[in-house]
Design a protein around this ligand. Structure first.
Ligand SMILES: *Cc1c(COP(=O)(O)O)cnc(C)c1O
Length: 392
């Protein structure tokens, strides 16, 4: 099949919900991809922060193959080893107490929202169900997580949206306090707003927010669907902010490309969601869990250190470029945003870069770079050379 035939097949019977770039991808190795015609691309996207250990990773593929042959799926009505091992590793490495597994970021955040509301219901009864989220946030595409998302563009068409969400400004503790009408149970935020434009929260704001939550007995819920699993140079971003949240969601990078999401809760919250209150048919699937265990093995402390180094290198090189179209970089680890200057449009710059052989993403008004965490120095340099040349 060639590119045109594939496009015809796509438009025939695939719901056209995505604005795709005019590129197909056939296979990959490390942080390098090839299309159907054999053309090569350097990948600064990892899917969208998903393929954390690169394409065709042999350890990851072997774990999947071995587990698929052994036991591809079993209901959560029975015990099995992979999810239990994964939960143990995640909690040991984060100081959290217990894990729940689902299949996506939105589903993970739905779980955190249920956690926040039930924690409060159990302790205070009804009337304390509001969750404060931040303007410019992104929490998912289900009706409830769309409502949680603090961007008006997402609050269209699908009425009625949920009750029980109010929005505060990021990095403004007074704005959060102003949303307190005595009915709040939790605050949900990203530590680096991903889709909003790769905007890291200020440390002082996060510390004040943690204090406010403790004082009011609001759960501090962190959406680490994008920032989690090594992306920012620590296993979870909250570990760099010096806070211990009540609940943390994860998804994108956890299983290195297989669909998986979930959340971790602390000791205080481990009893909130008991038998019958929450479930997911595929949640903790053995193959996804085995893949995730291998991803976590690969992302040891040394590799996380390398993520920090590679992120610093990438940002240093971008900041030194001095192009008319782009400004400074921002972000944490290998989650990098690049300012797009006035007069230029991020989607157009991205299309140019992709055309020149470098896959990149956009976020808010910025360019967004999320390379595989295992990307080599050579691949980084190759991608940077394309940026250097194309953004003239
Ligand atoms: C991608 C993302 C989500 C949604 O994840 P899905 O797997 O697409 O449901 C939620 N929150 C954040 C911060 C994300 O980046």
């Amino acid at each position: 099949m060639n590119h045109q035939e594939l496009k015809a097949l796509d438009s025939a019977h695939t719901l056209q919900t995505y604005g795709r770039f005019d590129v197909d991808i056939d296979h990959g190795q490390g942080a390098t991809l090839w299309d159907l015609s054999g053309r090569k691309y350097i990948d600064f996207t990892s899917g969208i922060g998903v393929c954390s250990v690169g394409y065709g990773n042999p350890r990851w593929a072997k774990a999947i193959y071995d587990q698929a042959l052994k036991l591809g799926h079993i209901s959560n009505l029975f015990y099995s080893q992979p999810y239990a091992r994964l939960a143990d590793t995640l909690c040991t490495r984060t100081g959290m107490a217990a894990a729940f597994f689902g299949n996506s970021g939105a589903e993970a955040n739905e779980g955190l929202i249920k956690l926040g509301r039930k924690y409060s219901f159990d302790k205070y009864g009804q009337g304390r169900s509001t969750i404060i989220t931040l303007n410019n946030s992104f929490h998912g595409r289900t009706i409830t997580t769309l409502t949680a998302t603090g961007q008006d563009v997402f609050h269209q068409y699908f009425f009625p949206f949920m009750e029980g969400f109010r929005y505060a400004d990021a990095n403004d503790i007074d704005s959060v306090k102003a949303q307190d009408q005595g009915d709040v149970c939790a605050v949900l935020l990203e530590l680096v707003q991903g889709e909003g434009g790769v905007l890291p929260m200020e440390r002082s704001f996060v510390a004040e927010l943690a204090r406010l939550c403790a004082e009011k007995d609001w759960l501090l819920l962190v959406d680490e669907v994008q920032t989690g699993v090594g992306r920012t140079g620590s296993l979870f971003a909250f570990q760099q902010y010096g806070i211990q949240p009540d609940g943390v969601s994860f998804a994108k990078g956890i299983a290195g490309g297989l669909p998986m999401g979930g959340f971790l809760v602390n000791e205080k919250c481990r009893g909130v969601l008991g038998p019958g209150t929450h479930a997911s048919t595929f949640g903790g699937n053995p193959v996804c869990s085995a893949a995730a265990c291998t991803v976590l093995d690969i992302l040891d402390e040394q590799m996380l250190g390398e993520v920090q180094e590679k992120g610093a290198y990438l940002r240093g090189r971008i900041d030194a470029m001095e192009k008319k179209s782009i400004g400074k970089s921002r972000g944490l680890g290998l989650m990098v945003g690049v300012e797009v200057k006035e007069g230029y449009i991020n989607k157009q710059l991205a299309a140019k870069l992709i055309d020149a052989g470098l896959l990149v993403l956009t976020a808010g008004p910025a360019l967004r770079l999320l390379p595989p965490l295992t990307i080599t120095k050579e691949e980084l340099d190759e991608g940077l050379a394309i940026m250097e040349k194309t953004l003239e």
